[in-house]
Write a protein of this length. Structure first.
Length: 314
């Protein structure tokens, strides 16, 4: 019979990689919250990512894949399984197809940098969004009315059955902060993004404009948070109400539970003032939701993903 403690040796035989034990997840989350993961591995290529996920599946061992950890709230008790941090990074521009091929662990900042230096237009709105391509595709990250799904041509996935499969944009169910991957098991290995040749200076200017606008409304760089905590509610006509406004009108400003607090400059950000726990963030979020619900009847939905200690992508 397979035992939990047999997994590291099995994993090493299957992948040639060595697991770390009891690794604090707070280090890998922009919220700086989270207890230890039983097992942890950083993968640096598509092949390593594939091998790690396949080994966990073969052993039926709970696992979870993260990118930059910019949209996550880890549990105070950590994670009971294998946490895989994806750092598989590569970028290739295929001129004749107008496609930028990127490995899923590539940081969005690198994508934007390449777009500027090569004169590839269409991805400027990604400037300043922290995290990796895999995480961005999972949640269809975006800003200024655009989202990464708009630019996806194709995504190569590792399916729940451990097979590699390419899905076209139309098959990926992109919506507001949503993709097919939120309802189906699958790991993003690689993505093809559509780009257009454009003037470098024009691209650079757009990137700078977006960064300036972000600076004005977001907490300063390095603030411990995970971006907007709630999604903007969508009305039947498709328009969105800013969650920050609803929260402010409901009296969220100044609220805090322990070391978790509403960021005064933008009520849709929950920040860790130093030493906040996951419990405190969840308690504050619940209070905020209740206030908005009571005042407007709207039930806010979380954008930040709470990773339970027993979560699994198996
Ligand atoms: C200051 C700040 C500003 C932000 N601004 C924005 C913004 O303007 N717009 C926006 O949309 N978001 C924003 N965010 C949130 C965050 O940047 C995005 O959600 C980003 O896409 C997260 O990427 P990540 O690599 O860090 O994913 P993670 O946080 O590591 O993971 C998020 C989810 O994606 C899944 N995932 C990660 N990689 C893969 C993969 N290869 N295959 C399958 N699933 C995967 C994880 O399992 C998890 O469920 C902001 C966050 C911060 C801290």
């Amino acid at each position: 019979m397979k035992e939990f403690q047999d997994f590291p040796a099995f994993f090493s035989r299957e992948t040639g990689l060595v697991l770390s034990r009891d690794v604090l997840l707070s280090v890998y989350s922009s919220f700086r919250i989270g207890g230890p993961a039983d097992y942890f591995i950083e993968v640096k290529s598509e092949a390593e990512l594939t091998a790690a996920v396949r080994a966990a599946r073969k052993f039926n061992f709970p696992f979870y894949v993260i990118g930059g950890g910019y949209n996550l709230l880890f549990d105070d008790t950590g994670y009971r399984g294998l946490m895989i941090r994806n750092r598989a990074s590569s970028l290739k521009f295929i001129e004749e197809k107008g496609i930028l091929e990127v490995a899923s662990g590539t940081r969005l900042a690198e994508v934007v940098n390449l777009a500027v230096s090569e004169g590839l237009g269409g991805l400027e709105f990604l400037a300043g969004i922290p995290g990796t391509v895999g995480g961005a595709i999972y949640g269809n990250a975006g800003a200024f009315g655009q989202a990464i799904g708009d630019r996806v041509d194709e995504v190569k996935l590792l399916t729940g059955e451990g097979k590699e499969k390419s899905l076209r944009q139309s098959e990926l169910g992109f919506g507001y902060r949503h993709s097919f991957l939120k309802d189906h098991p699958g790991i993003v290995l690689k993505a093809s993004l559509r780009v257009e040749r454009d003037d470098r200076n024009r691209i650079q200017k757009k990137v700078e404009d977006y960064l300036t606008q972000r600076e004005q409304k977001h907490p300063p760089e390095g603030t411990a948070c995970a971006g907007s905590y709630f999604k903007n509610p969508v009305l039947p006509d498709g328009s969105k109400i800013p969650a920050g406004r609803l929260l402010e009108q409901a009296g969220a400003r100044g609220m805090r539970v322990g070391q978790a607090a509403v960021y005064p400059g933008h009520c849709n950000f929950i920040v860790n003032l130093g030493g906040a726990t996951c419990r405190e963030v969840l308690a504050l979020a619940a209070e905020l939701k209740e206030k908005v619900q009571r005042q407007t009847g709207i039930c806010l939905q979380e954008e930040v993903i709470y990773v339970r200690a027993d979560a699994s992508m198996l």
